[in-house]
Design a protein around this ligand. Structure first.
Ligand code: HAM
Length: 434
């Protein structure tokens, strides 16, 4: 036997029995985003490497260590997108869609980061990304956060905690950064290897370290909030006040810094205790400087992205996933003539009753085997297309979940006969949640 080809490490299949939960998550999310006035955008999975270098920052883990970068056949350096914000901003600029206009956009798709795979952390993972472009005030920050809070409610996911912080302006951050570097340099011997590396490139990320030996150093570090400029402070206070009046609970985490360089002012994360170290299910913030940095007209913006695998895992754990949907009608075929006519009959019914789900028995099988398949399929009704019945110009119908017996219906009135039979067996309507 030939060797089996293994999947790429950290890249997962979503199997048919798992897809229902994904579709439920996607449907709830897109419905809510539409209700808040967000429009879907689809951007390429591959972009010029330079886009991510410039947007996310050379010294971030994502650009420094995690990108899937390759040279294409024309010699261009391309990268599988590690996140969606940069591509969406690029699309707004290259399609001339800025010019003082506002945009409320969302995008669903796979992202790629060469991280160390573990539960909840993958190399290909899906995000729903949401971006509000063109509004500088804290009102849009508050509404975006309220939107995410409402989504957890709709999905039935409890126990998520919101952490927020303000990173201030690039100037106030620069001042804080030099104060932090001073503090960390004085304790260099206590830093782990990762933090020593970050000290030169991205010292704020030292505050993100989960290493136990770093926690005391981090606890004593100066706080970014103490260096905020007056406008950023006012923006943050207004955001907090709006969240309180909208009834969204939050915790201020002065050490929340985020791993991508484009943020300023508001940053936030929804975290859960139940997925271990990979506890952020939704994170984002304001990026007022990014659009100009990528060559567009200076435009303020804010957004967030949700990790679909992590949220779907919470949905499944909470038992909030839809029951699998089988066919309404299973079509049993008996005899050579019937085998020739069955497809034609079922296709006609599919045209006449487009919302009914039919499963036609294919691959033959005796009567008993076909009824076993029919039972397993979850259908409530079997249609029996047999040589004997066809000879008499009828098709037989048999409820599969009840003891009531078999009946017959003339082929000429099959569609209306089917309506009556389905009504009698109570065709499943909306998909219930388990
Ligand atoms: P991020 O924090 O890098 O932000 O990712 C957002 C979310 O994606 C995380 O909270 C997490 O749920 C999920 N995620 C990240 N990495 C992985 C992984 N390796 N495996 C599974 N899930 C993962 C961004 O990507 C920003 N673009 C968000 C944003 C939009 N900021 C402004 N607009």
């Amino acid at each position: 036997m030939a060797d089996q080809i293994q999947p790429v490490s950290g890249m997962n299949d979503v199997l048919p029995f798992e897809v229902g939960a994904w579709q439920h998550f996607e449907a709830c999310t897109s419905e809510l985003l539409t209700a808040y006035g967000y429009e879907e955008i689809r951007v390429p999975i591959v972009e010029h490497t330079e886009l991510f270098r410039r947007a996310i920052g050379e010294h971030t883990d994502v650009v420094g260590k995690e990108m899937y970068t390759f040279e294409d056949r024309g010699g261009d350096s391309l990268t599988l997108r590690p996140e969606a914000t940069a591509g969406i901003v690029r699309a707004l600029i290259s399609n001339g869609l800025l010019r003082g206009q506002r945009h409320k956009l969302w995008c669903l798709g796979p992202m790629f980061r060469h991280e160390k795979p573990q539960a909840g952390r993958y190399r290909q993972f899906w995000q729903v990304d949401v971006e509000a472009v063109g509004c500088p005030g804290p009102d849009v920050d508050a509404e975006l956060i309220a939107l995410s809070a409402r989504l957890w409610q709709r999905l039935g996911i409890a126990g998520l905690k919101l952490q927020i912080n303000s990173l201030g302006t690039p100037e106030s951050r620069r001042e804080y950064r030099s104060r932090l570097v001073e503090y960390l340099r004085a304790r260099e011997s206590q830093l782990d290897a990762d933090s020593q590396r970050r000290l030169t490139g991205n010292p704020l990320r030292v505050l993100d370290s989960k290493a136990p030996q770093m926690q005391e150093v981090i606890r004593g570090a100066p706080l970014l909030t103490e260096y905020l400029d007056a406008e950023s402070r006012a923006h943050f206070e207004a955001l907090c006040s709006m969240l309180r009046s909208a009834g969204v609970s939050y915790e201020i985490n002065p050490r929340l810094v985020r791993g991508l360089d484009y943020y300023n002012r508001t940053v936030f994360e929804w975290i859960t205790a139940s997925t271990g170290a990979q506890n952020a299910v939704c994170s984002g913030g304001r990026y007022d400087g990014l659009i100009a940095q990528l060559g567009g007209d200076a435009t303020p913006a804010i957004g967030f992205a949700m990790g679909v695998e992590r949220l779907v895992a919470l949905l499944v754990a909470a038992g909030r996933t839809p029951l699998p949907t089988g066919p309404d009608v299973y079509v049993v075929v008996s005899g050579a003539h019937a085998a020739e006519r069955a497809l034609e009959l079922v296709e006609r019914l599919r045209s006449e009753r487009p919302t009914v789900r039919f499963e036609l028995n294919v691959g033959e099988g005796n009567f008993k085997a076909q009824f076993r398949r029919a039972d397993k399929s979850g259908a409530r009704l079997a249609l029996i297309v047999g040589d004997d019945e066809l000879a008499r110009g009828v098709v037989a119908m048999k409820p599969l979940r009840e003891t009531s017996g078999q009946s017959e219906c003339p082929i000429a009135q099959l569609a209306s006969g089917l309506d009556a039979a389905l009504a009698a067996v109570g065709r499943a309507g909306d998909v219930p949640l388990v």
